[in-house]
Design a protein around this ligand. Structure first.
Ligand code: UD1
Length: 420
């Protein structure tokens, strides 16, 4: 197992090329099950979650090749409709295969994901959407068994906006007979990109980018090539890293339009920000001004930067409140940040950060992907050496994070460790 050893106190300055979006890749990779053929997905990040999804597709009979961020998938030989527990437990996004398998083959057997590090994350909305489209669903021995002769278009309203359930319903509806209208659909950029790929495959979808998606089912879809969007969470993480070290950073190959809420908050906290088509520039001279955030669905502040923002606010002289309205229990990083000297009170789903205290290096443990990012950020500014254990979490979602940060001034070493 690997760990990071971080020597804190260095200033970050330079440019970083942003990778393709992890979350979007996983949705695009599931959509290829809708039609046989050869797909090329350009700008795919080299991540553990992408390898997990590749293995799942290979298990089903697809051929997958990955080289230099180009992912090639041939789904001609897909002959299995099962997503086994060993894949789904590693990565919830494996559940994305439910809709495409049902739509194309009329059957699917997908393991229930179970809980995750920060509490229960249900899939009831995914299941209800499939039932609305006419699937017969039973739960047997931890698996969702879904069957249909042919999915039929219907009205689907989501009580809660869900990225995954919207993606699953959207993919399933492309091959259903008749019209499906999805209301309160998620409008995250990853869903918009998925819809655009489906259109390239021959799907008929109106309302892309809005909360109402109207899908006219077609008889057949075709393979295509598609370019993945930049990772807005990786982008936000590096901007926060630079701000924390009173640094100066240029992000290349990114998209500021996907990040206006975060950029506005960074400005509010004292950063100077500018941008052009594919680049974002940030400079920070002072300690941040205490700045509250409340996470919400897109275009609001993503829950996926809540932990990193908490680390950032540790440097602000005063009190700031970080409220997560998407996941009420997503605070496993807080006791670890406290090991570095952070003063944080957790009241229900709000972290109250009493910032401005010098952090000092310690051994800390990653518990989930974004939580581990927050520990690395804190390690960059802590006095002395911070060791971050269980960094397999970070490898799920950040491509070569230590190389990228080291290239602009960080001092992070990846070493093998026996400590689990
Ligand atoms: C996706 C992202 C994840 C991000 C999250 C919220 C991927 C692979 N992952 O996860 O990084 O943190 O969006 O932006 O894209 N819910 C239900 N029932 C369901 C499904 C969801 O109650 O069947 C609830 C969840 O508990 C949560 C909310 O809906 O409170 C939003 O979750 P959702 O958007 O579905 O998250 P994911 O798609 O799993």
């Amino acid at each position: 197992m690997d760990k990071f050893i971080i020597k804190g106190g260095t200033r970050l300055e330079g440019s970083i090329k942003i990778s393709g979006s992890k979350n979007c890749s996983l949705a695009l990779m599931a959509s290829v099950l809708l039609a046989p053929g050869k797909y090329k997905i350009i700008n795919t990040p080299d991540l553990r979650d992408v390898s997990t999804m590749s293995l799942l597709l290979e298990n089903m009979g697809a051929k997958v090749d990955f080289s230099q961020n180009l992912l090639t998938i041939d789904t001609t030989g897909v002959n299995s409709y099962e997503a086994p527990y060993e894949h789904v437990k590693k990565m919830r996004a494996s559940f994305y295969v439910l809709g495409p398998l049902l739509a194309r083959f009329g059957r699917a057997k997908v393991s229930l994901p179970g809980g995750c590090a920060w509490g229960p994350r249900p899939v009831d909305l995914h299941i209800k959407a499939m039932q609305k489209l006419g699937a017969i669903i039973s739960i047997e021995k931890g698996y969702v068994i879904a069957k249909t002769k042919k999915l039929k278009g219907n009205l689907i309203h989501f009580d809660i906006s869900s990225v995954g359930a919207t993606g699953n319903a959207l993919m399933a509806a492309t091959l259903a007979k008749g019209t499906t209208v999805i209301t309160n659909a998620a409008i995250e950029p990853e869903i918009t990109a998925l819809a655009e790929m489906l259109v390239k495959m021959g799907a008929k979808i109106d309302g892309i980018g809005t909360t109402t998606l109207t899908i006219e089912g077609v008889d057949e879809l075709y393979s295509c090539d598609f370019e993945n969007i930049p990772d807005r969470i990786e982008s936000a993480t590096f901007l926060i890293a630079a701000a924390m070290t009173k640094g100066k950073i240029e992000l290349n190959n990114t998209n500021y339009e996907h990040m206006t809420a975060v950029l506005t908050k960074l400005e509010e906290s004292g950063c100077k920000i500018s941008y052009d088509k594919k680049n974002i520039y940030l400079e920070m001279e002072n300690s941040p001004i205490p700045t509250d955030i409340i996470t919400s669905v897109y275009p609001g502040i993503p829950t996926d930067i809540q932990a990193q923002w908490t680390a950032y606010m540790l440097l602000a002289k005063g009190t700031s409140k970080i409220t997560d309205t998407i996941y009420y229990d997503r605070f496993k990083h807080i006791p670890e940040l406290m090991r570095l000297g952070a003063d944080i009170d957790l009241v229900e789903n709000t972290a109250i950060v009493n910032g401005g205290k010098q952090l000092s290096g310690a051994v800390v443990m990653s518990s989930d992907l974004r939580g581990s990012a927050s520990l690395i950020l804190a390690g960059l500014v802590a006095k002395g050496t911070t060791e971050v254990l269980r960094i397999y979490h970070i490898d799920r979602g950040y491509e070569k994070i230590e190389n990228k940060l080291n290239s602009i001034g960080a001092n992070i070493k990846r070493v093998k460790t026996d400590i689990i």
